[in-house]
Ligand binder design. Structure first.
Ligand code: AMP
Length: 391
């Protein structure tokens, strides 16, 4: 983030409340990241913002700051009903919701706002009790469970002031748009709320949704190739398909490979990889949609705390998770969508650290390289792995 020094905007030059300024100072956020610098002037002025930004760019803080400032500026009426949400963030995965709520707790630590989370797969009754126990200033939710609570009359959106839709492109990919549409329909109409929508890509579908859901939005973006390439050293190893596992095992034995995320395209590939690595005696965890939520969160914690050296992940599960010290990312298979390559390698090289990404290209997936290079806007150098890594 510091690399885009040319447009450094310090937070203290923005019209932010002292409580937010203080929280940002505690977090050691001094300057806006590019997406923050470009979106906050609009969002703080109450405009809708369509933001093109991926995980790792600081988009979460970008929308949370705008949400909190709006809630501060517009105090709730004396009489409030239980279940009425003032701000809502919808995100595609449980991990992302948990992370956003954690960021909200940090950025909102000097504010007296009630933040609730609603996610599928975790204790329904516990979430219900919490929702009924206090007002809802900010709600962070996955679409399915959110809709469920709305339809049961637990949550009401008719007083909603700010709606944030995070990772809209991923929600499309995951088939959540019908649910999101029903949720949006329960909110005040677009001229009577503020809508912030973030997406890593502006596909036609995303743009169409933004037209439906947003009122004269300011469209802001940061150049994608910067995100990917600046702080990550990218290597492509050309190998035979049946050498990939040996290569991965040897890489894990290399000095300096402290925390490695390995991505494969399919769940069954991830499951197999995890099992094989485990049998070889590596401390490794699995992050995939089929793993129960509680276990996934524990795995993530173990990885963050260094109890696990490696984490095998699918694209969906690996997205949006925040771990700042991933030293290596391995693409065991090259992703079908070039954007996923950018997301994957963006798991390393975060928060001012540098990172290493190593992609294994074999006879079955090397054909995906040109599309990735096109997205990156630069050529990737393909190499034969050093011999000791194939032994
Ligand atoms: P995100 O794109 O929301 O996933 O954020 C990526 C990481 O950047 C998170 O770990 C944030 O805590 C961190 N971050 C966000 N904004 C800033 C900032 N202005 N300065 C430094 N770090 C930041």
């Amino acid at each position: 983030m510091s690399s885009q020094a040319e447009k450094k905007l310090p937070f203290n030059q923005l019209p932010l409340s002292p409580q937010i300024q203080r929280a940002l100072a505690d977090l050691k956020f001094e300057y806006c990241s590019p997406i923050q610098a470009r979106s906050l002037p609009y969002s703080l002025a109450g405009h809708d913002v369509l933001g093109k930004a991926q995980t790792g760019t600081g988009k979460t803080a970008a929308f949370l700051i705008a949400v909190f400032e709006d809630l501060l500026k517009n105090p709730p009426p004396e009489e409030r009903y239980a279940g009425e949400a003032r701000a809502l963030v919808i995100a595609p995965t449980r991990e992302l919701v948990v992370q956003i709520a954690k960021d909200a707790a940090e950025i909102g630590k000097y504010l007296d706002f009630e933040v609730h989370t609603v996610v599928g797969g975790m204790d329904f009754n516990k979430q219900l009790k919490k929702l009924q126990s206090s007002h809802i200033d900010l709600l962070v939710a996955t679409p399915g469970r959110m809709l469920d609570f709305c339809e049961r009359g637990v949550i009401f959106l008719d007083q909603l002031e700010v709606l944030v839709i995070d990772e809209a492109d991923r929600m499309l990919d995951m088939g959540f748009i019908p649910q999101v549409k029903r949720i949006v329909r329960m909110a005040p109409k677009k001229t009577h709320r503020q809508t912030l929508l973030f997406s890593a890509t502006f596909s036609e579908d995303v743009l169409r949704l933004s037209e439906q859901w947003m009122f004269e939005p300011a469209s802001v973006e940061i150049e994608p190739e910067r995100v990917a390439t600046e702080s990550v050293k990218q290597t492509i190893y050309m190998v035979a398909g049946d050498e990939k596992f040996r290569l991965l095992g040897n890489l894990l034995e290399e000095p300096g490979v402290e925390s490695l995320m390995v991505f494969a395209n399919r769940r069954d590939q991830c499951r197999d990889l995890h099992e094989q690595l485990r049998r070889k005696g590596f401390k490794v965890g699995l992050l995939s949609g089929e793993i129960p939520q509680g276990k996934r969160l524990r795995t993530l914690d173990d990885f963050k705390n260094g109890k696990l050296q490696a984490l095998v992940a699918t694209d969906v599960a690996g997205r949006g998770i925040h771990i700042d010290d991933v030293t290596h990312v391995v693409n065991f298979t090259l992703p079908e969508e070039p954007e996923d390559y950018v997301h994957r390698i963006g798991r390393t090289g975060r928060a001012g650290n540098s990172g290493i990404s190593i992609s294994f290209a074999c006879e079955d997936d090397a054909f995906r390289l040109p599309a990735i290079e096109e997205l990156l806007g630069s050529k990737l150098k393909c190499e034969i792995p050093p011999e000791h890594l194939l032994r």
